[in-house]
Each structure stands twice: as C-alpha cells, then as structure tokens.
Design a protein around this ligand. Structure first.
Ligand SMILES: O=C(O)/C=C(\CC(=O)C(=O)O)C(=O)O
Length: 293
C-alpha cells in the first residue's frame, strides 16, 4: 500500500498555539509511524497510518514550543520497537520512550531498550487495538524491569474496576494513559472521575496523563467538558500529572485535532504557572530524565 493510501490522522498545518509552554516543556505522549519502508508495521496492526517519522515529530515539537518528547510505541508497530528507538536516537537526548514488549523478553533485551532511551513499557487493554492482554504475563515482566522504570497502562473507564487487582499487584510506578478515558460529559464529580480518583487515592505512585480532549470530548473544540472535568483533577493531584499532544493522533481521522488548539487546552486544565510547570516540566522530568533532577 502506498503512503497516500494509508490513513492520515493528523493536521498537516497545525495552528500556532496562543499558549507558550515554559522552557523545558515535555510533550510526554506522542508516537511515530514508520517510515514504513524502513520500519514495516506489524502484521497484527489494527490501523495502517501514513508515515509520521521523527523529522515531522521534531518539527511539530519546535512549532508548538516544546523542548522534549516521550515517544510511546504505538500498537501498529507491535512489539518491534525499532521505529521508536530510531526516533529517540535521532533526537539527540531530547526524547525518551515507552516500549511495548513480548512479556517473554529477557534481561539483556530490556537492558538494550534502557540503553536506547526507553524508561517503561506499555500495557494496552483496548480490544480494538490489541488481540490479547495477558495480565499474568504482564505482571511477571513488570517484576523484572530495569531500575527506575514504570508501566504505562491504557484502558477505558468501563474496565477500571475489573483491572484494580491487576494494578494493585504491579510492583513499580504506574502511569495511566488519558486518565483511563472517563466520560467527561459527566463533569468533575461524575461516576467515572470519582472512580479514577479512588484509583489515584489507592497508591501514591500512580500518575496520569491529562491528555486527549479530542478523544474524550466528542463535542469538539473548544472541548469545554474536558476542561471543566479535568482541571480539578490536575489541581488535586498536581505532583502526579503529565501531559502530551498524542500526535499523530492514531485513529482520529474522522475528527483530526489542530495541535495548536490541543496545546491551548493546557492553561485551562493547569490554571496557574506553577501547575503548568509541574505538569509540563517537573513531573515528566522525574519520570523520564530523573538523572537530571
Ligand atoms: O495512542 C493513543 O493515545 C491512542 C490510540 C492508539 C494507540 O494507543 C496505539 O495505537 O497504541 C487509540 O486510542 O486509538
């Protein structure tokens, strides 16, 4: 399939945000796709995107006013982390990553991922993205990660309670993608946000990404439900929140967000310069560049 025949899920000319991130700001949730000729997609991929390689990611980073990226291995690349590792290597220290691994991975391979800039692994529980999510194998590998690593977990709100025993058993810090996808139309005191707060209250080492207004608020920009539901969470758990663009917005081809507007959500959910600095600099630095802290 040619590049043009594959899915385009990102805005090729994003606006310039009105909000200026603080120096050292980190886009802590983004991906690269391919380029396919060099890094073929997995035979099990559930979507086949156009190439969105490191040069495009770094141009966006600069355009939006960010200093660093955390690149999360996307499901379309399966457990072959070569494209993500290549992007990290090209970033000259300005990127780190989250890998997706076969749980049978051995210690030498994990050490090589650490050397390549990975600082954690992702467990994806979205049925539309992965064929299986074996909790017993995930727990086993979570118990033998390199020092300082964490696990990123991606799930939707309807399975939060079901996943509680699994998350309770994880022996390293946890970062939850997109707050576990709450229904933001319920508001800040809705059932989904309450359940998510109970999860955060259960352990001090559970972090979250205040990400994806475009995925979580179907009303579209300016995503007011997202802003009013997420701002109290950021204020109440200010030392455990990180943020990212989610570029190139996998599977968002029917509602492609403008990354400039995505960045302009930041001051609406982190409403003071202090909160913004924690969410964009201090907190992701602690998770991904702890040796500089
Ligand atoms: O990356 C995201 O934020 C969300 C995704 C894609 C994804 O996670 C993946 O491909 O691994 C989604 O909901 O389709």
């Amino acid at each position: 399939m040619t590049n043009d025949e594959r899915i385009l899920s990102w805005n090729e000319k994003p606006s310039k945000p009105r909000y200026t991130p603080p120096p050292g700001a980190i886009d802590a949730h983004c991906h690269v796709f391919g380029p396919m000729a060099q890094f073929p997609f997995s035979p099990k991929a559930k979507y086949l995107p156009r190439d969105a390689g490191p040069d495009m990611l770094f141009a966006l980073r600069d355009h939006l006013g960010f200093a660093r990226n955390v690149i999360v291995q996307a499901s379309c690349h399966g457990t072959d982390n070569a494209a993500t590792l290549d992007a990290i290597a090209r970033a000259q220290g300005k990127a780190r990553g989250i890998a997706v691994v076969d749980p049978a991975i051995d210690e030498a391979e994990l050490a090589a991922l650490h050397e390549g800039g990975m600082r954690g692994i992702r467990f994806n529980f979205l049925k539309r993205l992965v064929d299986d999510a074996p909790k017993d194998k995930f727990l086993e590998v979570a118990g033998r990660l390199p020092a300082g690593w964490h696990v990123v977990i991606y799930f939707e709100a309807d399975i939060l309670e079901e996943l509680r025993p699994f998350m309770d058993a994880i022996p390293v810090p946890i970062v939850i993608d997109h707050m576990g996808r709450p229904d933001v139309s319920q508001g800040p005191d809705g059932a989904d946000m309450k359940a998510f707060r109970r999860l955060l209250d259960s352990r001090e080492d559970i972090w979250f990404k205040a990400t994806c207004p475009d995925r979580l608020d179907p009303a579209g920009p300016p995503w007011d439900d997202f802003a009013r539901s997420v701002a109290p969470l950021v204020a109440d758990y200010a030392d455990r929140v990180i943020w990212g663009t989610d570029w190139p917005h996998p599977n968002m081809q029917d509602a492609i967000p403008d990354d400039g507007l995505v960045v302009d959500m930041i001051p609406r959910i982190a409403t003071t310069p202090e909160l913004q600095h924690k969410m964009l600099v201090t907190n992701p630095m602690r998770l991904y560049w702890s040796e500089e802290m």
